[in-house]
Design a protein around this ligand. Structure first.
Ligand code: FAD
Length: 464
């Protein structure tokens, strides 16, 4: 057997100084030679533990082997058989804590770059004529609420089984967080449009600008429109706030609002687009997850001269993908670890001008399992800022649950659903993704959508 190279084949990336000022994609993608080298590193283990680490169970060694022998069509087929959103997941999945964390190479070397190879295969597939077709062969139409990854995958899997599926989406465009949250420089919208286009070609209908719970109720989907089953994939789009003084000042906003104005409403093209976004010279983003990294890097691209992350724990506890963190550092983002915001300070006109903070130290783990931050008395200090963007978490929007009887939620407002099937407390109503788990990841949402599609199929087949 040839000796395996110890290091991952690096992803080609654009120059940090250049890319920090535009919205074009940062990662450039593997060339064929990179992909062939990297595919050769896979050990093709008898017991492929990497597959266990993947929430949608992609047959990883099989698709990588197909790349290694130059069978790109085969690789694309294998990948798509398990994951209907490979071009997206290859770009945004936290592989380091999922499939790549399990890779047997990690015993001594870097893991195989499974995510980079997934992206390579999906991008190759985009250059080929689409091979999907619409085949509605079954009676019993299904409604999906929400066009984020959980809803899109659930709809795609049901369409593949021959069902007529309609997705109802509250916003004017499909994609959920993939459209309004994750910026163009990480996930170009034409990639998202292409994946959604394939689902439409399979027969999935997407109806935008319909809020279930307001425009129509969930019960009306059954009683008036005659759907046989419903999947809820409404995500967790309600931002949390700190509750500190000064949070209502101008220039303070949630990362959801900031990113939605820019990504969905094209605020970066103002005044050609009609959504203004005022970004000052100094922007502080509170939090250290993917949302915080996206907000802070977006603020640089919107013209901020200083972009800061303020986080009350340390680098070790941050939840952002490692790649986003590295890219943010390369682009010049400054990190204030162990720093807790106490108050947003304002000027006479009611705009934010500073952030009063306190230094923290870490204590014993708290309920989240992470070290608890403890304030250091007398360590208060001020950071001058023009904008404060809050990226400290989100919860599910209660609109749907408040207008639907018999739909149980937990203490955090998340829908209660069976882990394996997604079945909720209401007959023939299934749910998955962030609406059930709280804010999580694209691939977990996709996995939940896929499992629920299987369960809906079984429930309808049993009843027919
Ligand atoms: P969503 O993507 O939230 O989609 C829900 C959809 O339902 C939305 O389109 C919403 O408009 C619609 N909706 C809501 N209520 C209704 C209603 N009543 N009627 C009709 N439609 C409704 N995860 C990763 O794996 N990697 C990353 O790099 C990453 N980066 C992220 C960056 C940001 C800025 C954010 C916010 C999240 C990020 N995540 C990332 C998390 C990931 O995007 C989410 O976990 C995932 O999108 C959840 O999918 P979902 O389908 O459950 O919900």
């Amino acid at each position: 057997m040839p000796i395996k190279r110890a290091e991952k084949t690096p992803m080609p990336v654009r120059d940090a100084q250049q890319r920090a000022h535009d919205f074009r994609e940062v990662n450039e993608g593997y060339a064929l030679s990179h992909a062939a080298f990297e595919a050769e590193r896979c050990l093709r283990c008898q017991d492929p533990v990497c597959v266990e680490g993947c929430p949608v169970q992609i047959p990883i060694p099989d698709f990588i082997h197909a790349v290694a022998v130059g069978d790109m069509a085969g690789a694309a087929r294998i990948l798509r058989s398990a994951n209907p959103l490979p071009a997206i997941c290859g770009r945004v999945c936290p592989q380091e804590s999922q499939c790549e964390a399990e890779c047997s190479m990690t015993n001594r070397f870097d893991p195989v770059a499974i995510g980079h190879l997934e992206r390579f295969v999906a991008d190759w597939e985009r250059t080929q004529p689409p091979s999907v077709e619409s085949k509605i062969t079954r009676s019993g139409k299904i409604a999906v609420i929400g066009a984020g990854p959980s809803g899109l995958v659930c709809a795609g899997e049901l369409a593949r089984r021959g069902y007529a599926v309609t997705i109802y989406e509250a916003l004017h465009a499909a994609g959920g967080v993939l459209r309004y949250g994750i910026p163009e420089f990480r996930l170009p919208k034409d990639i998202l449009d292409w994946e959604i286009g394939l689902l439409k070609a399979m027969g999935v209908e997407i109806v935008c600008n319909v809020i279930i719970g307001k425009t129509l109720t969930l019960d009306e989907l059954f009683n008036r429109l005659g759907y046989a089953a419903v999947f809820i994939g409404t995500g967790a789009g309600l931002p949390q706030f700190l509750g500190i003084p000064g949070e209502n000042l101008n220039g303070v906003m949630s990362a959801n609002e900031f990113l939605t104005r820019i990504n969905l409403m094209r605020g970066y093209e103002f005044p050609e687009s009609d959504t203004p976004v005022r970004v000052g010279k100094r922007v502080a983003v509170i939090g250290a997850g993917n949302t915080a990294m996206d907000a802070v890097r977006t603020s640089l691209r919107m013209g901020a001269e200083e972009a800061l992350i303020v986080y009350r724990r340390s680098e070790k506890e941050m939840s952002a993908r490692v790649e986003e963190y590295h890219h943010a550092m390369e682009e010049g983002v400054v990190f204030h670890w162990l720093t807790n915001p106490l108050e947003v300070l304002g000027n006479a006109e009611g705009w934010a001008k500073g952030l009063k903070c306190q230094k923290m130290q870490l204590g014993e783990p708290d309920a989240s399992g992470r070290a608890r931050p403890i304030p250091i008395p007398g360590s208060e200090f001020e950071i001058p800022v023009d904008n404060v963007i809050l990226a400290i978490g989100t919860t599910p929007n209660p609109l749907l649950t408040r207008t639907t009887s018999g739909l149980l939620t937990d203490k955090k407002g998340c829908l209660v659903a069976d882990e394996k099937t997604g079945l909720t407390s209401k007959a023939l109503v299934f749910a998955g993704g962030d609406a059930v788990t709280g804010a999580a990841t694209v691939i977990l949402a996709a996995g939940a959508g896929k499992r629920a599609a299987g369960a809906i199929h079984e429930a309808l087949a049993a009843g027919s």
